[in-house]
Design a protein around this ligand. Structure first.
Ligand code: GCU
Length: 595
């Protein structure tokens, strides 16, 4: 019997399981926010979904039922239940939900001025980890993956008055999930990002890409959705008086290329242009930056010139308050600190951050490494795990394909070597190249000892990425900080290397001599020995130390020091800068070798 190659089977399954509705872009003219107070019901035994024999209920909480007579027995009531704020994780809103992992039901009622000829989509910025969504008691669909947007068409179901959305959000971890059971970050659950109703014409611009093909030439494509797929589409950049008109084919697709004298986007000149695309009755308008990113040997070229990525890692942890960051203000604070540190680059670990972050990176001028949570010991041979990772990758790319700041798509972080893992990640790399040929592909890999003073980067995955990412902790998990003074690095691939993690922990304000662990002085010592070692690596084209700000983690239990926080931040979660911040800042500010 002819056996289909493993990845081919995975891709087939991936394609079948991932047939999702279009994720409607928020740049359409008309959107109505459903953010605010949603009633919620905590349901650890999923009593609103299953009967006592664990059989799905035909009339679960999603029906939002009310007693019809005084004798009726209905054992839940959203309208007299408390509320949670959306967007927002539930862990940081109620003490009793701090460690909660399970199902919580959300309900939001709304009226809507229904218009003939328009289409309506219910769009979620993200729900961690999985969601089942109903409108007016009718199931719309399900979504798995806690960090990417999804939407359902609700044109047929919406009424003028008395609509109600019910969401079953469940953040239980699982072996076959993406990420899997163990992570070094807090499992913040719930409707962590904004919810909105997007209104479009009958035929609308489902997806589009506009980028700089080379100096003076813009190229891209559009995809229509609706009954009238063969339309004239106009793409224009008014500020440079550039425009083109193309005809979509019978599938609603068209490619285009036209001349436009735009000045390239870069961290020093984050120039954005208003781009307007019109097709039939639909118009989308957003600010887009134009740049090229490529590699040449061990160099990364931005707009054709070598650039060194002076970066820092960031988790989506809200500054000054605990919980998931989700606002424009959070993004401005976090990325403002990165700019103050002297960065031109941020690694948004370990999952796609909210869209305020990539929009803000476009505006402030920071290159971005964006990553799907294929983290540590994923179930490499499980087809549904692969389908899930593939879907999250597609959704990450679809959401940010027009963000100039995003220069790297990362497939994974610190995944253990093995053939199944390699096949799994090669499949994701193939999909990423197919979905977006305009960005570089990478992954954060691990290194290995060649001997006592030689570190080797020769992960077989290195052959298939464009840029090598490598995490190392010399001075923290690996020997003393002074070990870095004598370490040489060998790299088995003639490709750019980004040292994608390094660092050490210290709570802000914990001082002592530099030999005492957990002091700011010890953390500073790690950086003082790391930086000269990194400077000796010829193929190093970037670095993103771990991490900008302290973040919550269930794996960090040392009382008085960690208290469920990973303290490797250069800044505390209250915005206090530690001594190591200034060591790295001094290095980046004095750094003028773009290669
Ligand atoms: C790993 C991992 C991070 C983790 C860090 C640490 O490299 O990628 O997610 O937080 O080490 O141990 O602090």
């Amino acid at each position: 019997m002819h056996r289909l190659p493993f990845t081919f089977v995975l891709c087939l399954i991936g394609a079948r399981l991932c047939a999702q509705e279009p994720v409607v872009n928020t740049s359409h003219g008309h959107s109505t926010s459903l953010d605010g107070a949603w009633n919620f019901i905590i349901d650890p035994y999923e009593n609103g979904y299953y009967d006592y024999r664990r059989q799905p209920l035909p009339d679960g909480f999603f029906k939002n039922e009310k007693p019809r007579t005084k004798s009726d027995r209905v054992e839940y009531d959203f309208d007299t239940s408390p509320t949670l704020s959306v967007p927002g994780d539930w862990n940081s809103q109620l003490k009793e939900l701090f460690l909660y992992e399970g199902t919580i039901w959300y309900k939001k009622s709304f009226d809507y001025p229904v218009k003939n000829g328009t289409r309506l989509f219910l769009r979620f910025g993200a729900v961690n980890y999985s969601a089942v969504v109903w409108l007016n008691g009718e199931k719309l669909g399900e979504h798995t993956g806690g960090f990417t947007p999804f939407s359902f068409e609700i044109t047929r179901q919406v009424k003028e008055r008395g609509n109600f959305v019910v969401v079953k959000a469940d953040n239980k971890r699982c072996l076959e999930c993406v990420p899997t059971l163990i992570t070094d970050w807090w499992n913040y659950g719930g409707l962590t990002r904004s919810v909105a109703i997007i209104e479009t014409p009958g035929t609308f611009l489902e997806d589009y890409a506009v980028h700089l093909k080379k100096a003076g030439e813009i190229s891209g494509w559009v995809k229509l959705n609706g009954p009238r797929l063969q339309e004239r589409v106009s793409v224009e950049i008014p500020e440079v008086n550039a425009r083109i008109s193309v005809q979509t084919d019978d599938s609603g697709s068209a490619r285009f290329a036209f001349r436009a004298e735009v000045s390239p986007w870069s961290p020093d000149h984050p120039r954005l242009y208003r781009v307007r695309i019109s097709a039939g009755g639909d118009t989308v308008s957003e600010k887009i930056g134009f740049r090229t990113i490529e590699t040449e040997g061990t160099k990364i070229l931005l707009n054709g010139r070598p650039v060194f990525l002076k970066g820092i890692c960031i988790h989506e942890e809200a500054p000054f308050r605990s919980g998931r960051a989700n606002s424009r203000e959070d993004a401005l604070t976090l990325l403002g600190w990165a700019k103050e540190l002297g960065c031109n680059f941020v690694r948004l670990a370990h999952y796609p951050h909210n869209e305020q972050m990539t929009l803000m990176a476009d505006s402030l001028g920071l290159m971005v490494w964006s990553e799907i949570p294929v983290y540590w010991t994923i179930q490499w041979e499980n087809p549904s795990t692969y389908a899930n990772a593939l879907n999250q990758l597609r959704e990450m790319i679809a959401r940010d394909r027009n963000r100039a700041s995003v220069v790297l798509w990362s497939m994974a972080n610190e995944t253990p070597l093995g053939d199944a893992r390699l096949q799994f990640l090669k499949g994701l790399l193939r999909e990423a190249r197919h979905s977006d040929s305009t960005r570089l592909l990478t992954a954060a890999m691990e290194r290995r000892y060649l001997d006592r003073t030689t570190e080797m980067i020769d992960d077989p995955l290195g052959e298939f990425v464009d840029v090598l990412g490598c995490n190392e902790y010399i001075g923290w998990y690996d020997g003393t900080p002074e070990k870095a003074d004598s370490v040489q690095w060998k790299v088995a691939f003639n490709k750019p290397l980004i040292m994608s993690e390094l660092g050490g922990e210290a709570p802000y304000g914990n001082h002592g001599d530099s030999l005492t662990i957990w002091t700011e002085e010890f953390q500073e010592r790690v950086y003082r020995h790391q930086i000269p070692m990194l400077s000796r690596i010829p193929s190093l084209s970037g670095m993103s130390p771990w991490i900008l700000m302290d973040f919550r983690s269930p794996r960090r239990q040392l009382p008085g020091i960690q208290d469920f926080h990973n303290r490797k931040g250069l800044i505390s979660d209250r915005g206090q800068k530690k001594k190591a911040f200034y060591v790295l800042q001094e290095f980046y500010k004095s750094f003028n070798k773009d290669h």
